[in-house]
Design a protein around this ligand. Structure first.
Ligand SMILES: *Cc1c(COP(=O)(O)O)cnc(C)c1O
Length: 338
């Protein structure tokens, strides 16, 4: 069951891998076993799903001789924070074009932590305004890192992640999952997993739970990444990789960053199992997992579901040490009423 390919992405090691797999006894039912892949602990200083994507992204920027990274994201973006942290550790200056988002203590802390780490922040009015802002702040020494770190190269970080899972299955640490459930944002995580699973020989499928509207656009971004990343992995047919993915568009609620009732309920259930979720991504993806679990349980379908945890669980306190006490001036308008 060992992965058949010697697939290896050149990367700067940022994280702590492999992340563990654990059974969630309290979330499992008579027929459906629920497990978690602890990518919340993918890094010592900061975890979550951005670490795996940044490893090859930073390698490529270094290789090209770039000195500065420019990325985009919502005001409280985990990706912007992770890029700022790991980018500056590896000698890059880091800038981001930020888009307003409904605020919460978590969103505000992410932004404060980024600014404390030296993030050069530029405000955009909305996503439509970001291309112009990016052009305005680009330079020859700057590597542009797309939304969520989901370039083709970043996506390859999640190809490796699927192969890591296949090794864990091979070692008997977890039964072969029928389905991985995870959040679908910029698409790199779901796309990389789909391609990596196709390369791994596992039968596992992927359910991407859309967290913002329009879900069809995010699904299209993800499918485009599957096609392009497939070309980089020997022996993977993009059609087969695409056929592994289903998108759940039913968990979005009022939109990106808006909490939902199902998400809040899922958060409480996860917390009882020792997992901390956020309202924007993981509350909705875990709600998607619970809906899938219940559907399978009603049909008495014996299954193994794997919740791929994408939120950092490293306390932010350390990263907030040098941070401004509050967001002021121009940037304050990035934080919309919650
Ligand atoms: C960015 C993010 C996602 C979405 O991952 P994509 O690869 O952008 O689709 C999911 N969960 C969390 C916590 C994130 O920060």
């Amino acid at each position: 069951m060992a992965p058949s390919l010697g697939f290896d992405v050149p990367r700067i090691a940022l994280g702590t891998f492999p992340t563990s797999v654990e059974r969630l006894a309290g979330a499992s039912t008579a027929h459906v076993d629920v497990w978690v892949k602890r990518d919340d602990r993918s890094g010592e200083r900061y975890g979550g799903n951005k670490v795996r994507k940044l490893e090859p992204v930073l390698f490529e920027a270094k290789r090209k001789g770039k000195k500065r990274l420019l990325t985009v994201g919502a005001a409280g973006s985990h990706h912007v924070l992770a890029t700022t942290l790991y980018g500056t550790i590896h000698g890059f200056r880091v800038a981001a074009v930020l888009v307003p988002q409904p605020t919460s203590p978590h969103v505000e802390e992410n932004l404060r932590a980024g600014l404390g780490l030296g993030l050069e922040a530029h405000r955009a009015c909305g996503y439509a305004d970001t291309p112009l802002q990016v052009l305005a702040h680009m330079s020859l020494e700057t590597a542009f890192v797309p939304l969520g770190g989901s370039s083709v190269v970043g996506t390859l970080g999640y190809v490796s992640a699927a192969l890591e899972l296949a090794e864990q299955v091979g070692r008997g640490e977890i039964p072969e999952p029928d389905l991985i459930v995870t959040a679908l944002g910029s698409g790199g995580t779901v796309a990389g997993l789909a391609v990596g699973l196709e390369a791994s020989g596992l039968r596992t499928r992927v359910l991407g739970v859309a967290v913002s509207s329009p879900a069809a656009m995010h699904a299209a971004m993800m499918r485009n990444l599957v096609k392009r990343a497939s070309k980089r992995v020997p022996g993977v047919d993009p059609k087969h990789a695409l056929a592994r993915v289903t998108v759940d568009a039913e968990r979005i609620g009022a939109g990106y960053g808006h909490a939902t009732r199902a998400g809040d309920e899922a958060t409480a259930i996860a917390l009882a199992q020792g997992l901390v979720l956020d309202p924007t991504y993981t509350a909705k993806s875990f709600a998607g997992l619970l809906a899938e679990r219940d559907a399978r349980e009603r049909k008495a379908t014996s299954s193994t579901l794997l919740f791929w945890h994408t939120l950092s669980s490293v306390p932010l306190a350390k990263l907030l040490e040098g941070a401004p006490a509050r967001i002021e001036g121009d940037l304050a308008s990035l934080l919309l009423p919650g």
